[in-house]
Design a protein around this ligand. Structure first.
Ligand code: G4P
Length: 535
């Protein structure tokens, strides 16, 4: 990650060669397999399987947390980085389960582009839709990869139609499959017309054999299947399914590639598309709307705080996305919310489960700061010229629980645990005057978040907790004046977010909310970010 001198020109050049992105998909579409295949092609790892594969799959999950193991879900994130043809790619992992969509949202706040991965047999699925909605909200350009073409699936044109109709993205295929899903013969590159033949390799543990064939040879050898593909390509031209870079940057057009991640076919074309099309880190607007160019002095934003990533590193790691400037280990940074200095002697890179010391980083890179207590998701860090980026908005919670320490003598540990889980963003912790400090209210997007709280409070903070469900399901941001009107009314309660002191009004259901809004039209009741489009 080192290299360069840190001059503005140097920083701009380093930023220009970086691509920081995430893969969004429904569980089982092949995200882990694709990640392996991408890294394999970029030769970051020697053999598929070393990072995410069957044997090593635990490596990308935090293997200390039993609930992850027992439920087979991935909660923790890591970053994969690899070089490819002069570009430097940072691939940020996102949790797969819908209950952790807020975590995913935070990761998406740190990327410049995304790959939307579809299973050729299933097309757009619930979780893909939700995650895509986040991309749309953040205006993240999306490249689509239709996976598993080696298995029976739907028709290519039908899948494109679904993307256009359901999410309003104009699809622009960069390559086109010869042979229906399940009878995959190869891919035609739309720009150059060359054909790459798909030859299976057993087990998929090595690169697929990709044979390059001229169009004439392919026409002769593939016969009718080839004809069909050529007709479909002509149709694409007719309907104008071509890439418009401005529309891609604006998030209204998506380049589409086909392939099969398991036998590593079509993955190289995807890598090339990411390098060629996905945006490099660019100037970022601060809270006042002023843009901070990538070549400005160092600035970064915390997008994730994670404790106990694995047994070997039982600490608290803050993930920081570099937004501008050159980061050098040991440099002193300022924590924007408090103005306090922050030492960075132990800065790390995070590669899968492994961490190593990091010496320098540039815009688009992710730095890990261990034991950085006091860092909260959304915080800005800077060097020299002050800056503060807008906070990463919280999702509207839909599940609420009162939490108490099972054993009153462990009040200190209980408070410490609550503070930490709150600042990590594991759940939102809310204070209620009614219940006092011993019984805060936990607010979550998905109920699995409560399981994480229960497990971590017992194991990590040695303060087992008891949870009692509250019947609220809808939340709005409110202010002091409106709170006075709301307090004491049936089916509503006003709570204070401990993290930033803002007020949250929670309602039994949306009917109660609407009735109150009708009764008092002047009240401040601002909707929060929804957890995604309805299923
Ligand atoms: P996820 O991370 O998105 O949840 O998906 P993952 O990569 O674990 O893939 C889900 C399943 O789909 C795996 O099979 C995987 O081997 C398979 N798969 C992924 N890409 C392709 C592809 O291009 N072609 C084919 N035919 N299969 C693919 P599994 O049987 O559920 O797990 P495993 O026992 O193979 O690990």
């Amino acid at each position: 990650m080192s290299g360069g001198t840190g001059t503005p020109q140097d920083v701009a050049a380093e930023a220009a060669r970086r691509r920081t992105f995430a893969v969004i998909s429904h569980p089982d579409a092949g995200k882990s397999t694709l990640t392996e295949a991408l890294a394999l092609h970029a030769a970051a790892i020697e053999e598929a399987g070393a990072v995410h594969g069957k044997a090593g799959r635990r490596g990308v999950r935090s293997d200390w947390m039993d609930i992850e193991r027992s439920r087979g879900i991935s909660i923790t994130s890591s970053v994969l980085r690899f070089e490819y043809g002069g570009a430097l790619l940072n691939l940020l992992d996102t949790p797969g389960h819908a209950d952790f969509s807020e975590d995913t949202y935070r990761v998406l706040a740190a990327v410049d582009g995304a790959i939307m991965l579809l299973d050729s047999a299933k097309g757009l699925e619930a979780q893909t839709l939700k995650l895509f909605d986040v991309c749309r909200h953040r205006r993240i350009p999306v490249i689509t990869f239709v996976n598993k073409w080696d298995r029976p699936g739907r028709e290519a044109l039908e899948l494109l139609d679904e993307v256009e109709q359901r999410i309003g993205l104009h699809p622009a295929p960069l390559n086109w499959p010869v042979g229906i899903a399940g009878d995959f013969r190869g891919l035609i590159d739309r720009a150059g017309g060359a054909f790459t033949r798909f030859l299976r390799t057993p087990g998929g543990a090595t690169r697929a054999i990709a044979e390059h064939v001229t169009a004439e040879e392919a026409a002769e050898q593939e016969g009718e299947t080839w004809e069909t593909a050529v007709e479909e390509l002509a149709l694409l031209e007719e309907i104008g399914a071509t890439l418009d870079m401005d529309a891609f940057a604006a998030g209204t057009c998506t380049p589409v590639l086909f392939g099969a991640a398991l036998p590593n076919f079509g993955v190289e074309a995807l890598l090339e598309a990411v390098c060629r099309l996905a945006p490099a880190p660019a100037a970022r607007a601060d809270s006042g709307g002023r843009e901070r160019p990538v070549s400005a002095p160092f600035s970064g934003q915390v997008f994730k705080v994670q404790a106990g990533m694995d047994r070997a590193h039982r600490d608290r790691l803050a993930f920081i996305r570099v937004c501008s400037g050159r980061f050098e280990r040991g440099m002193s940074l300022t924590h924007a919310p408090t103005g306090r200095p922050l030492a960075t002697k132990y800065a790390q890179t995070i590669f899968g489960r492994d961490r190593s010391t990091l010496d320098a980083a540039y815009p688009g890179d992710v730095i890990g700061l261990p034991n950085a207590s006091g860092l909260t998701v959304g915080d800005t860090l800077y060097a020299r010229t002050p800056v503060s980026f807008p906070p990463i908005p919280a999702f509207a919670p839909e599940h609420f629980m009162v939490v108490r320490a099972s054993d009153n003598s462990r009040a200190k540990q209980f408070r410490r645990g609550m503070d930490q889980l709150d600042s990590e963003g594991v759940v939102q912790v809310l204070r209620s005057d009614l219940r006092g400090d011993q019984a805060p209210v936990l607010a979550a997007v998905g109920p699995l978040q409560f399981d994480v709280v229960t497990a971590r409070m017992a194991e990590e903070f040695n303060a087992p907790v008891e949870l009692t469900r509250l019947d609220y399901s809808t939340a709005r941001i409110t202010d002091k004046e409106s709170a006075q009107t709301l307090t004491g009314r049936r089916g509503v309660e006003v709570l204070t977010r401990t993290l930033d002191g803002s007020l949250l009004a929670v309602f039994i259901d949306k009917w109660r909310l609407r009735a109150i809004e009708r009764e008092h039209p002047g009240l401040t009741l601002t909707p929060m970010l929804a957890a995604g489009v309805p299923d």
